[in-house]
Design a binder for this molecule. Structure first.
Ligand SMILES: NC(=O)c1ccc[n+]([C@@H]2O[C@H](COP(=O)([O-])OP(=O)(O)OC[C@H]3O[C@@H](n4cnc5c(N)ncnc54)[C@H](O)[C@@H]3O)[C@@H](O)[C@H]2O)c1
Length: 246
């Protein structure tokens, strides 16, 4: 892919899939890249690693669940880069529990970050994308949207992300904008560290590819959906699961 002249924003970019997406944009010649994550030091470290000159990549500390914080940071991003062409809503959390044991806080926090977070960031970029008649939004969903034990909160949030994606795609297609989602299954990141080894071994056995996805294998699909090579792909949710979901 080639992102010459384009400005992209990636949330949850300090590590894992978000960091791999950021690296892919840098490798593919993005002009400006704003990286968002909770902690200033870690997001700056990732930005520095990807672009030691600091000319193309900048890190911003921001909690995407906090509407005012998001508005503040996007104002900074716009003043630094002048526009946003691509938004990748990657930040997400899990707070797994069986439903009968799930606390209100586990429910609320997952919905606040995974769903409200996407509303908050899209609110900041969609008006500009409509005006400039160009925009690419890619949302990280999950196959948990199709059902998974211990994840009613997470699965509900990710199913909502898919619905949000399709509705917004229909609204802004006429403005030369696309909105798509990706539903990965298990990706080898810190998010899976809480899963016990014996449980993980069972998960892997059930994957036709017999392995976890690498973050770069999600980043390559994000790159496609963020590029003009996918100009007529809109409102889709691409499952990336090594054949688990067909
Ligand atoms: N790893 C998997 O198996 C998997 C599978 C399907 C979908 N996903 C989705 O992919 C995305 C990335 O997952 P990952 O595995 O890289 O996770 P991760 O936990 O390794 O990284 C997520 C990043 O998001 C950041 N973040 C969390 N809450 C935030 C907030 N409120 N504001 C800003 N940043 C925040 C974290 O600090 C972290 O750096 C998530 O949306 C996740 O739900 C992951």
């Amino acid at each position: 892919m080639n992102f010459t002249g384009k400005v992209a924003v990636v949330t949850g970019a300090a590590r894992g899939i978000g960091e791999a997406i950021a690296k892919r944009f840098v490798d593919d010649q993005v002009e400006g890249l704003a990286l968002i994550d909770l902690d200033q030091a870690s997001i700056e470290e990732t930005a520095q690693k990807l672009d030691p000159t600091g000319k193309r990549v900048a890190g911003f500390a921001c909690n995407i669940a906090d509407r005012e914080d998001v508005a503040r940071v996007f104002a900074e991003i716009l003043s630094r880069f002048g526009k946003v062409d691509i938004l990748v809503n990657n930040a997400g959390i899990t707070r797994d529990a069986m439903f009968h044991k799930m606390t209100d806080d586990q429910w609320d926090s997952v919905l606040k970050v995974n769903l409200d977070g996407i509303y908050n960031t899209c609110k900041q970029v969609v008006p500009g994308m409509r005006e400039q008649n160009y925009g690419k939004i890619v949302n990280l969903a999950s196959v948990s949207a199709f059902g998974n034990v211990g994840q009613t909160n997470y699965g509900a949030s990710k199913a909502a992300v898919i619905g949000f994606t399709k509705c917004l795609a229909r609204e802004i297609a006429r403005n030369n904008c696309t909105v798509n989602a990706i539903a990965p299954s298990y990706v080898d990141t810190d998010m899976l560290r809480a899963v016990p080894d014996n449980v993980m071994a069972k998960f892997i056995e059930a994957i036709p590819a017999r392995r976890l996805a690498q973050p770069s294998e999600i980043a390559s699909v994000v790159a496609f959906l963020s590029s003009d090579d996918s100009s007529f792909v809109n409102g889709e949710c691409i499952v990336v699961s090594g054949g688990s979901y067909m």
